[in-house]
Design a protein around this ligand. Structure first.
Ligand code: MRU
Length: 363
């Protein structure tokens, strides 16, 4: 049984003196919320992927800093609070960019009390900024969809995506989904090919659920189907999200993204990354060589979660129990395979020059 919720809804909201998030491990079968009241709880929801997706991880982390300071005895505890959060998940750079921003701002405070007030103010600001940034990604990406529709008005625009870079990975709108929702609102028919995205199935579980909630036509496919669909002319555009885009345009995203980029290149299908400016790692020059890739528990490969025929949520072993498994969370797509970067400031080439044309202050 699939759950329905009223939309629009945010993925994180304040309640009394704490925040509430959606337990994304349970969707689409159960809609369960989790109350996050402390630094420890914020680190736990990030590590366990109750919340996931680069922007949402960062927003949760920002509140984690506030909770840590609220419970702290001393302003010097800030260093430990930041390092606990920085050690929660290594690949998505939004968390690190946010921790750096908070560190810079909070180190100007004169007292622990001032830090508490400021950190809450900043967490709220970061959430609101994320909403606006994602809306603007939609404004930037919409013309791509409009152009495809104008060329071939006979069929819905066929978009393939991997993992979940929708609203569930952010606060509202999402990154790849923002142009899709904005095209849909303008009456442009869109159909999304949703990669299931093993091992944790964020595509099948989350993207498909989110598109269902928003009334967008879609079809779930196994991760190996994309290349075939592209050969048959059934994909007009690939848009995926990002966990880290380095200065040269190399992009870390959910494992399997690289293979989609290779197939897209071979079939001359445009392959775009939708990213908020908070996902750029300006300090790293070569993503393929330098990005730290998260490795997770082999159990995520060996077992899948789902609803059985009785509607009970259960875990199933899919290989010999004794077989070893390797669970690499992300891969890096080299900039040369990427047609362009869809950002909140417009679309640019996947290169340092391209990024700097939109963000000249980073020169
Ligand atoms: O491991 P996850 O589910 O956090 O991975 C998420 C992704 O790879 C997303 O595509 C990325 O964070 C972008 S979310 C807007």
């Amino acid at each position: 049984m699939e759950v329905t919720i009223p939309v629009p809804l945010r993925t994180l909201w304040e309640h009394e003196d704490h925040i509430v998030v959606i337990d994304q491990r349970k969707l689409p079968h159960q809609f369960v919320i989790e109350h996050v009241r402390s630094l420890k709880a914020a680190v736990w929801v990030i590590k366990e992927m109750v919340v996931r997706g680069a922007p949402l991880i960062a927003c949760t982390g920002a509140y984690g800093v506030y909770f840590g300071l609220r419970d702290a005895q001393n302003s010097s505890d800030l260093e430990d609070i930041l390092s606990e959060l920085r050690n929660s998940r290594p690949t998505a750079v939004n968390l690190f960019n946010t921790m750096d921003r908070l560190e810079e701002e909070l180190s100007k405070c004169q007292s622990l009390q001032e830090m508490r007030v400021k950190s809450l103010e900043l967490a709220r600001q970061i959430v609101e900024e994320d909403v606006e940034i994602c809306r603007l990604i939609g404004v930037s990406g919409l013309p791509l969809i409009e152009a495809i529709h104008a060329n071939n008005p006979e069929r819905p625009v066929q978009i393939l995506t991997h993992c979940n870079a929708g609203m569930l990975g952010c606060i509202e709108w999402g990154t790849i989904s923002s142009p899709i929702y904005q095209a849909n609102a303008k009456g442009i028919p869109v159909h999304v090919w949703v990669d299931e995205t093993r091992p944790r199935n964020q595509g099948a579980n989350l993207t498909a659920w989110e598109l269902t909630q928003n009334g967008i036509g879609h079809t779930v496919i196994v991760d190996n189907t994309g290349g075939h669909l592209m050969q048959k002319g059934m994909v007009d555009l690939v848009i995926v999200g990002a966990d880290r885009v380095t200065r040269n345009g190399d992009t870390a995203n959910k494992i399997g993204t690289y293979l989609k980029a290779l197939a897209a290149k071979d079939n001359k299908v445009p392959f775009y990354i939708a990213l908020p400016s908070t996902t750029v790692d300006w300090k790293t020059f070569n993503g393929v060589k330098e990005i730290e890739i998260e490795e997770r528990s082999p159990d995520e490969v060996k077992y899948v979660w789902g609803n059985n025929d009785k509607g009970e949520f259960e875990r199933v072993l899919i290989c010999p129990e004794s077989s070893p498994a390797l669970n690499i969370g992300f891969d890096v797509t080299p900039a040369r395979l990427i047609s362009g970067l869809i950002t909140d400031r417009g679309i640019c080439d996947s290169s340092e020059q391209g990024l700097l044309s939109l963000f000249p202050e980073k020169r």
